[in-house]
Design a protein around this ligand. Structure first.
Ligand SMILES: [Zn+2]
Length: 155
């Protein structure tokens, strides 16, 4: 299951990526017209997550070719909970929250020159993003993200 978030739902897009879902986020400054986003959702088989009703006018949404969920203005965790419940999502291998790329597990030796001194020695595995090349590890930032996902997914 893949998603496309409109320009108002960037936060939700990041959390869906952390939960392992391929999620395109329409960044401000790129073409974020309802028309082009609907076409992208149709071409890539993505479900539209939107904060307003504009997409309901588009033909592929009206005829059911593109799935759509209107996400209310709520705190991020509540939005995520609604999407998870609506589509019965389970937690998958995380994707890069920044760029949606797939993360590859790599050993400390592969990234020792790219992480702060000391970090490589304290962690057994690192995650290299195939999209943007960033390196991640399960530090305190990740613990907070993971804790929120656990509360939402129940594990
Ligand atoms: Zn990335």
């Amino acid at each position: 299951m893949r998603f496309l978030c409109d320009a108002m739902l960037g936060g939700l897009a990041k959390w869906l990526r952390a939960a392992g879902y391929d999620t395109y986020y329409a960044r401000q400054g790129t073409d974020v017209s309802d028309r082009s986003l609907t076409r992208k959702a149709l071409e890539e088989g993505r479900i539209l997550l939107t904060s307003d009703g504009g997409f309901l006018e588009r033909k592929p949404v009206r005829d059911g070719s593109v799935g759509l969920m209107k996400v209310p203005h709520l705190p991020l965790e509540e939005q995520l909970r609604l999407v998870v419940a609506r589509f019965s999502l389970t937690r998958l291998q995380s994707r890069c929250m920044e760029c949606n790329g797939e993360l590859e597990v790599v050993p400390p030796g592969a990234v020792s020159k790219r992480v702060p001194p000391g970090v490589a020695g304290y962690h057994e595995e690192f995650f290299l993003c195939a999209g943007c090349g960033r390196v991640f590890w399960h530090g305190s930032h990740w613990e907070r993200i993971s804790g929120r996902l656990e509360r939402t997914f129940g594990r």
